[in-house]
Design a binder for this molecule. Structure first.
Ligand code: ATP
Length: 537
């Protein structure tokens, strides 16, 4: 996902901790079951968070289903919607390959018993507190101070890495290291032997056999199926075992024939779906980036094989442009084409749209994947179900299983991207930070403030609020001093604040404060709705 060695060295301008704190403080996102200590990998969206998520979801639905873009040759595209069940017949997941193959290689720590995704271990070690402390004491290619290591093992190491061989068995490990130091003049050779700190099994430093949490030994890799299981019906036996869907896409393939038979669509066309997906991720982390319950926005675009390549390129570009249209800057987005060895056996091409998250910077992490899936899924479901899923083209008198281009985006991950992108530190504001959401995404479009809660100002504000709220998500805030109210709205990312003051009572004008420039101008109160319509649409 990221170049871990550089990620730890890079000074991040936006810190994830600050973003998480703002999201908690302002009611965007809360840990699920917080009053019971939370539950790893699950999150709740608060009043502002759900508005933001709904805005992103509605924009996707509008721009994909209601008003899809023109196709690669300027033709009108037809895309219809679907809302399929989260639990399906378990045979679906056998056909799709998820029962047999939806596995992550996993390792367990022998000391603290925590589980890790094997391909995440190295990066997590590099990010861990204990590793960073140790690399201060023993920088690469230097001879370490044995006293420094002993001191660390007895003090900080006991807290941050109790499983590490150096901490568990300090004297023996340091004796071993002393022998190595005496046997060579080359600091590089000594450094290359630093694996003694981690125990007998370690080969290199840092390496993927060490627990990111406690420094202990990890087991061999074992496959772990990511699907959540439950039972449908009263009897909890294998015959009743069902799965929570790990992706929304399969529900689309299951309904391909239903849609074709009932919607008067013709290939090429798309079916789109937004909904929850569940993956029992081994190491949920990086806030809502990788959680166990999340939402996806997926579309399967069915086409003739001969058109698939062109449409694949079209969708990769269209999706990249779409994220930019929501205010995500080009420099924080990139297209990454999968190498041949990354592709599933049935897929001929796949590209990720990646974002530079604070925790991947200067590297990038996935936001959306666009896959050319061939006709693998329809073939599989046809074989496993026995249903005939071929499409008959009457004009060409040709029967075939359409190929598919799949843009698959994370809705929850998209919210994270909007939050990271919007977060803008500004030491000159009372709030020290503001959320620079694109007006289309902003949870609150405008706030209405009476300057003081007297002299008839609240009544005027209330009237304006009642007028605007029929169309827009607006807030009326009467209490506190005006600076604090602006600060709240800056943190909520509200693009406009309208203030009713003494002059309003004389000449019917209000001030408009613009979030990003902080500019203020006066407009007539009767023009406020038109003004908002022009700015926000
Ligand atoms: P990864 O390799 O990171 O596990 P993936 O390539 O398996 O992800 P897809 O199956 O292509 O992901 O899912 C499509 C989109 O769904 C991803 O681009 C991402 O935005 C989102 N997504 C996938 N897994 C998660 C998760 N655990 N939490 C939040 N969003 C997720």
């Amino acid at each position: 996902m990221t170049d871990a060695s550089t990620a730890t060295e890079t000074k991040m301008t936006k810190s994830m901790e600050d973003i998480v704190a703002l999201c908690k403080r302002r009611g965007f996102i809360f840990p699920a079951s917080e009053i019971y200590g939370g539950i790893n990998g699950f999150w709740d969206f608060g009043p502002l968070g759900i508005e933001l998520k709904n805005n992103l979801r509605d924009a996707w639905w509008h721009d994909m289903v209601r008003c899809p873009p023109a196709g690669p040759d300027g033709e009108m595209l037809s895309i219809v919607g679907l809302d399929s069940s989260i639990i399906q017949n378990p045979k679906v997941w056998e056909a799709s390959g998820h029962v047999g193959g939806f596995n992550d290689p996993m390792q367990t720590c022998r000391q603290c018993k925590k589980l890790f995704r094997a391909d995440h271990v190295e990066e997590m070690v590099l990010e861990s507190e204990w590793y960073q402390e140790l690399s201060q004491i023993w920088p690469p290619k230097k001879i370490p101070s044995l006293d420094g290591l002993r001191h660390w093992a007895r003090k900080n190491g006991k807290k941050s890495a109790p499983g590490l061989a150096l901490v568990r068995d300090t004297n023996n490990v340091l004796q071993e290291l002393e022998k190595i130091i005496k046997s060579t003049d080359d600091p590089g050779d000594v450094w290359a032997s630093s694996n003694v700190l981690f125990g007998a099994d370690c080969q290199i430093w840092p390496q993927d056999g060490v627990c990111p949490n406690c420094g202990g030994d990890l087991t061999e890799q074992r496959d772990f199926n990511l699907m959540f299981e439950t039972h449908a019906g009263a009897v909890r036996d294998d015959a009743n075992k069902v799965y929570l869907r790990p992706e929304t896409a399969q529900g689309i393939f299951l309904n391909f024939k239903n849609v074709l038979d009932t919607s008067r669509v013709k290939v090429p066309f798309g079916i789109a779906q937004i909904g929850k997906a569940f993956r029992n991720e081994v190491t949920p982390r990086n806030y809502i980036f990788r959680s166990r319950e999340f939402e996806q926005m997926e579309m399967e675009f069915f086409c003739h094989e001969s058109e698939a390549k062109k449409l694949y390129e079209f969708w990769v570009q269209t999706r990249l442009d779409w994220w930019k249209s929501l205010g995500i800057s080009s420099e924080n987005l990139q297209r990454r084409d999968h190498d041949a060895d990354e592709l599933s056996h049935y897929s001929t091409a796949c590209a990720d749209i990646e974002y530079r998250y604070p925790f991947t910077a200067p590297g990038f992490g996935e936001l959306e994947g666009i896959a050319h899936r061939g006709n693998y899924d329809l073939t599989q479901h046809q074989e496993h179900s026995g249903a005939k899923l071929a499409y008959f083209d009457q004009e060409k008198n040709e029967r075939y299983l359409p190929h598919v281009i799949e843009p698959a985006a994370g809705l929850s991950r998209g919210v994270l991207v909007l939050l990271c992108e919007a977060y803008t530190p500004d030491p000159d504001r009372p709030s020290k930070v503001y959320m620079k959401f694109h007006p289309r995404m902003a949870p609150i479009k405008a706030a209405i403030f009476p300057l003081v809660a007297k002299e008839g100002m609240p009544e005027v504000a209330q009237k304006l609020y009642q007028e605007l709220r029929t169309k827009y998500a607006v807030q009326l805030d009467i209490k506190q001093n005006i600076g604090k109210r602006y600060a709240r709205m800056d943190e909520a990312g509200t693009p406009y604040c309208f203030t009713i003051d003494g002059q309003t009572l004389e000449d019917d004008t209000v001030t408009v404060r613009e979030r990003d420039t902080l500019s203020q101008e006066r407009i007539n109160i009767s023009q406020v709705a038109t003004y908002l319509a022009e700015q926000i649409g």
